[in-house]
Ligand binder design. Structure first.
Ligand SMILES: [Zn+2]
Length: 304
């Protein structure tokens, strides 16, 4: 299965993150306004003809409704389709105009552009991104891959969103999928930064936990590979040495060897699995690893 289909198959992490974001209490008026602007502006439609959002999650729908009630005197209702999709539609023209005017729009703009006046203070950036993520964000389970994206239907709006990340240490990538502009992040630390700025503390911890687990798994694999490479090397060297010793024996040269070398040679033949250091330690006069290496080399050289 390709990663892309995994992305759409497993939405559980996305829904967990969104659920967490929807429990965050607004710390100030300016941030509440910024989040409301983010979720409205990046919802399905935002203009005098239509202001609406579709979502799979009732908590996101509730958050959208409270954003509308915060900005206007209107409270829209949820419509749930047979498939479970939830739509919220501001179906009163007066209410749509009230919302647009409140956010600095006349309703007659030819192209909607982002108004940074609605993201007033430094504290508001995270709240705004939270609203945008609730409206059009997707995050993949970090067990599968690191991927966070915003799906934006309009090119100008996607450009506006990229501009918003200008002062952020993270630069998003862009692509196109079936005419939808995708702004995405692939790096785990970038995704961590975005979850942090949105104040999704639990989700950040989960991501970091998953990252640590992955690191541990990689280290264990590396160690196992390294250990078996060393074992192979030891076994190969032992076989070469044993062969040389057997050859000296068959040539009748073994008995003439100096006593210390003879002891080492016998030890080698009896213990093919021992490392050089272990051989050295087992001698009647213990030798260092390099001392053993030197003597064994001498032995094998004698057969050449
Ligand atoms: Zn603020």
């Amino acid at each position: 299965m390709s990663l892309k289909s995994e992305l759409y198959r497993d939405m559980s992490f996305s829904s967990d993150v969104k659920k967490e974001l929807c429990t965050i209490e607004h710390s100030s008026d300016c941030c509440q306004r910024a989040e409301a602007y983010g979720i409205l502006y990046y919802g399905r439609a935002f203009g005098k003809e239509e202001i609406s959002l579709t979502t799979d999650y009732d908590y996101v729908a509730e958050r959208y409704i409270s954003a509308i009630s915060y900005l206007s005197t209107y409270t829209p209702e949820m419509i749930v389709s047979k498939s479970g999709k939830i739509t919220i539609n501001v179906d009163s023209y007066e209410a749509r105009m009230e919302i647009l005017n409140e956010l600095g729009y006349s309703g007659n703009e030819r192209t909607m552009r982002l108004l940074t006046t609605n993201i007033e203070n430094e504290c508001c950036f995270g709240a705004f991104i939270r609203g945008v993520f609730l409206a059009c964000g997707i995050i993949t389970d970090p067990k599968i891959e690191y991927h966070l994206e915003f799906d934006v239907a309009f090119r100008t709006k996607s450009r506006d969103l990229i501009d918003m990340f200008e002062d952020f240490p993270v630069t998003p990538k862009q692509s196109d999928r079936n005419g939808v502009n995708i702004i995405y992040f692939k790096d785990s630390s970038q995704i961590e930064d975005i979850l942090t700025v949105m104040d999704a503390q639990m989700s950040v911890m989960e991501l970091i936990g998953e990252k640590i687990l992955k690191d541990v798994r990689n280290n264990v694999n590396r160690k196992v590979n390294c250990d078996s490479a060393n074992l192979r090397k030891t076994a190969l060297a032992a076989a070469t040495q044993t062969e040389a010793i057997e050859k000296l024996k068959s040539q009748g040269k073994f008995d003439d060897l100096p006593a210390d070398i003879k002891e080492l040679a016998q030890l080698r033949i009896d213990n093919p699995e021992m490392t050089l250091a272990e051989l050295g330690a087992s001698l009647s006069k213990p030798l260092s690893r390099s001392g053993v290496n030197h003597k064994l080399k001498k032995l094998t050289d004698m057969t050449k």
